[in-house]
Design a protein around this ligand. Sequence first.
Ligand code: BJ8
Length: 425
Amino acid sequence: MSEDYKTMWADLGLDLEAHDQLLGALGQAYQDVFLTQKNRPEGMGYFDFVMSEVHGLRIKELLDEKAAGRKIIGSYCVFVPEEIVLAANSTLVGLCSGADFATDLVEQVLPRNTCALIKSSFGFKLGKVCPYLESTDMVVGENTCDGKKKAYETLGQLVDNLYVMDLPQMKSENGKALLRAEYVRFKESVEKLSGVTISAESLKEAIATVNDKRKALHRLSSLRKADPPPISGLDALLANQVSFYDNPARFTESVNKICDELEGRVYADEGVFAKRTPRILVSGCPQAVPNWKLPMIVETSGAVIVGEESCVGERGTRNLTDASGETIGEMLDAIVDRYFQVDCAIFTPNHDRLNHIQEMAETYKADGVIHYGLQFCQPYLMEAIPVEKALEEKNIPCLRIETDYSTEDIGQLKTRVEAFVEQLR
Ligand code: BJ8
């Protein structure tokens, strides 16, 4: 790492020693999990580069943006609309993390039985190793699950720029009205922070930018319907993970570029795995960087992942925002319509999610579904049972797993996944 980065990290208040340890572990995991894959598409080189610079060049870019007057807004949930952020000349970055860090410090402020996703985000703050969080001008939390909702009360004491977005729990007219009111309040807060009044023109442009990013990811997903799929589940997940950090236009271009290459592979019947390799759909909790445990286990157990029903995946990107509105009001309505369809398990009832999982299993020709639940995540663990039932009705085998970010259960999980894959052959 260059000395410039070290100065940058120190200026952000990071603990350089702890941060070095984190980057060392991340680099090793990346090497072991990604770079050992055979026959990867060349276009993955871009994502390898982004990952190698995820705390370096990208942070420098964000700080340069800040110096030029843009504001950086961090979020923990796909309900925070990037369209509004971009329209206010600001940048949205994801803050969720996928590795345990400073657990001893975390357990002084949160109960031990909190999900790994929340604990990890706190660990990155308390351990002073997240340059994204330290670069933000506003951190957006949201009232989704009880764990997050209450954890933000504590996070508010650790950061001085927390904004909490209230979110509905039911897909009712009242729920939709709440979402709209919250998006209007968010728009006003972002305008105040950035000093930029969102215009119809800037909002239209932002909708187009975010739609383009989603279209590129839809294109990537669609290519995975092929047998053999032209890209591994690990690499496709990585592209989805990078979408939360990267510059949107550059990301879109890079995904479209890799899709051009993958189309050629599909045409040539070429894939990372052999034809008729058992195909798995993963459904459940989001998998943030560097949470690659489950896909690594699946794809070293004789199966390939062909889709993610997850917020780092299709649940997060499924629908486009209608771009036909001309006034700010019409465009906000379209944004609300789009996000209100996100079928997170915090909604009750949540039949849409069951339908979507069945549809995805059919569309991606999955032989089986693995439901990925993080330990102590009530919404997804509870919903795993109706998910399994809905899949049984379609004769699609389902394996429910409950895990965390530790490596201790890898052997046990591998045994269960291997047995499941055997059953699918
Ligand atoms: S829209 S999935 S990104 S809330 S794993 S913290 S649910 S206890 S992450 Fe999510 Fe938004 Fe929903 Fe998507 Fe709670 Fe469960 Fe932990 Fe979770």
